[in-house]
Design a protein around this ligand. Sequence first.
Ligand SMILES: [Zn+2]
Length: 492
Amino acid sequence: MKKYISILLILIIGLACVACKKKDNINEISKNLSNYEISLDLNTETKSSTAILNLDYINKTNDALSELKFHLYPQFFKEDATKLVVSSTKLNDAYPNGMSYAEFEVDRVKIENKDVNVQYSGNYNDILVVKLFNNLMLNNRVNISIEFNFTLPNCEHRFGYGDNTINLANFYPIVCVYENGEFDESEYNPNGDPFYSDMANYEVKVNLDNNKFVVAGTGEKTDVKKVDGKYQTSFKANLVRDFALVISDKFNVISKKTNNINVEYYYFSDENANKSLQAGVDAIKTFSNLFGEYPYSSFSIVKTDFIYGGMEYPNLIMVSADIDNIDDYMNVIIHETAHQWWYAMVGNDEYTYPWLDEALTEYSCLLFYDNNKGYNLTHSQMINASKSNYTLFVTVYQDVLGNLDTSMRAVNEYATEPEYTYCIYVKGVLMFESLYQLIGEKNFISGLKTYFNENKYTNANPNDLITAFEKECGNELDNFFDSWIEGKVIIR
Ligand SMILES: [Zn+2]
């Protein structure tokens, strides 16, 4: 996600491109993954839907699994959820027409076509528990079918709708990541992108009651046709860690091909539409050169009713319609596109280590500007702005709080949104700038290439990134990262 501060707070570095390499074969790599088949019937008037998920799950853990657990993020958008989905200062922006709540219900669960009880865990019934008939061993598969229904809130967020778009993200049951002998049940959190998931394959069919609506989604749009009186749009996305949709009856669509990638821009008003599309194209090209090839055939930039600057999903980014400055709008496109490398391809636990996700993505924007001088932002401008904004934040907050904890911690450990934003995004950029100056541009870029190549299509942790940089520069960097992450570095 792009926490919107201002363009002047952004960062980073640049470097020379390396010749393009052969693209990874997505279909080959995705053969031994779980397969999600989702079918939705959305009523565009009531914003309600019935849905069915057919999951062909493969156990890739080394443990025998007696159960599967799924995140049910829509539970947090319901009226009885005591936790807000946005910070309290953002309520008016998120709910411009007053508070509005979702409905969400799991109606039926079947294992191998046999009904089982619907069971929940978590403080908000936000985890669906499916007890398996038999232990599932490594590389064995099981079929789980989940019927569910929901009504979207009038909320300009990931799961909700505004005047222009219906945002359908984090709407379906998704299997929790299994680590260290248990499923990760981290709750939704108003700060940050509180998500963590594994690579899988998706086939999604969206049935609408109205042919005026255009559907943007993760992956390739494989078909648009009329089926049983409904208007059906189908998507196929292999080797992705989530699936998102944005639906609107106001969308214009323009597109451009680059390196066999169809980059599309969905928007409902934009005087600079071609520039917006070009920013996405430039970002895909630049990051492919800097870090490693974007191997997918599609990428969608989608203007959306969304309270923050933007939000990343695999092959699809949301960009907020609230941004009225063109440079800021471009910056959000660049930031969310960088997330295709840091989050979508190299996955990470965004909940526990937001710096690994957001700080690296934000610094990647700085590298973009270094390599695209036409965007009129310089490295030193961005670093100087970051430094002065960060020191001002520390001064103000220390006056208010006395002792300010500037450590880079999990998303749920920040009391306020500004603390999260400044400690992760702004200070994070200064941390990577410091590393860049310490090990030099060549080692820095090589380190990111190594990190990408060694961790793509899986989930990385902080040590994977640190090790990648250490390999390039030959020095131990644990102490460097520890002092920044633990809040010991003083920035003046
Ligand atoms: Zn972000």
